[in-house]
Design a protein around this ligand. Structure first.
Ligand SMILES: [Zn+2]
Length: 363
């Protein structure tokens, strides 16, 4: 048994978007809806409780220049925790952050191993940079190293073409995705452009990161196959700045990035309207700071996703998609308590009153 005091959360417990209970107990680090008998040391927290938020695209152990030391990675994880992010899907990191799994005070991480990119076609020091003949072998390696996901870089600027272009031939991604699935891992890919998407989706990919190139002709294909997207709108917001930086050398690429940026909200809204699963991801840990989950939820609402669905995209539905529990009986007590009902106004996510991780109140 844990020596943690019993915690009593009172007010509104958002077990689901429309499943609200009055109270919850935390006993031995786990969620319970039965008042414990004989508990002497009880601490009460009042407010509106959500399952610990999910950042479905971030990077721990990485900064703008590549891998960082454990101390920096710890700071990143603590910043996420402070923001209420208690479950992260790490979308690629060159650092070994496995030690975080032994720390009950740090958020839970679902890893995608290290990014797999084409030679010289990604940010320096981030990815395994390989050629298509080696793709299956690297995917198998990262599937074994990760926690059920593999991350590909699906498109990137091709300096000879002067624009974004797909990184992999169709046969290579077909074989690689089949291999990942055989090993029980799902596959996702970084894609900014339009023309990398069809091959990946028809090859059975499970998710697309950013997905700025998702056009009307591809939306039905995504919807039919249930391919999720993680738009990372807080990252897409930096496209104009990137475009300006590359303007003189790569004018076509710059113009392309600006077009993708201009229609970003329409892209996300059209995807949502077509029934494509959309999840919250911040892309923290590359060039962006950690802790931006509330800002990304607000961006999804700006794009036109109903607030309760934007909330689900970082809580109930995101957890279900990643195969992790929410606030059901017996689940690890990972929850965030707010002053107000976040279903009415997602802005309240920016200021958690209390964060509870593995049953412990974070001070
Ligand atoms: Zn990323």
């Amino acid at each position: 048994m844990s020596d943690q005091p019993v915690l009593h959360v009172k007010g509104g417990v958002l077990v689901g978007p429309r499943d609200v209970r009055d109270e919850l107990w935390v006993v031995g680090g786990r969620v319970s809806y039965d008042r414990p008998t004989g508990a002497r040391d009880v601490r009460t927290v009042r407010g509106w409780a959500l399952p610990g938020l999910v950042d479905a695209h971030c990077h721990v152990g990485l900064d703008a220049h590549g891998p960082v030391d454990a101390e920096t990675a710890e700071k990143q994880a603590l910043t996420d925790r402070e923001a209420g992010t208690l479950l992260m899907r790490d979308a690629g990191s060159p650092s070994d952050t496995r030690w975080i799994d032994d720390r009950a005070d740090l958020p839970k991480i679902i890893r995608a191993g290290r990014h797999i990119a084409r030679t010289r076609r990604y940010i320096r020091n981030y990815a395994w940079e390989i050629e298509p003949d080696d793709l299956v072998a690297y995917v198998a390696q990262e599937a074994r190293r990760g926690d059920g996901w593999v991350k590909l870089v699906g498109d990137w600027i091709d300096r000879e073409v002067g624009d974004l272009s797909p990184c992999w031939p169709r046969e290579a991604v077909e074989a690689a995705i089949a291999e990942a699935h055989r090993l029980g891992a799902r596959v996702t890919a970084h894609c900014f452009a339009e023309n990398s998407l069809r091959d990946l989706v028809e090859s059975g990919i499970d998710c697309i990161e950013h997905a700025t190139g998702l056009t009307e002709d591809l939306i039905p294909l995504f919807a039919e196959r249930g391919v999720a997207i993680v738009p990372t709108l807080v990252n897409i917001a930096t496209f104009p700045q990137l475009a300006a930086g590359g303007e003189s050398k790569f004018p076509n690429w710059s113009a392309h990035m600006r077009r993708l940026h201009e229609r970003r909200y329409d892209t996300v809204r059209s995807a949502y309207d077509a029934g494509i699963p959309v999840f919250v991801g911040t892309d923290a840990g590359g060039s962006l700071p950690h802790g931006l989950v509330a800002a990304e939820v607000a961006e999804l609402v700006t794009a036109g996703i109903p607030p309760i669905e934007a909330l689900a995209a970082t809580s109930w539905s995101a957890r279900a998609w990643l195969g992790r529990p929410g606030l059901e009986e017996g689940a690890p007590a990972d929850l965030v308590v707010y002053d107000e009902d976040p279903r009415a106004e997602v802005g309240v996510l920016a200021a958690p009153r209390r964060v509870v991780l593995n049953g412990a109140v974070v001070e």
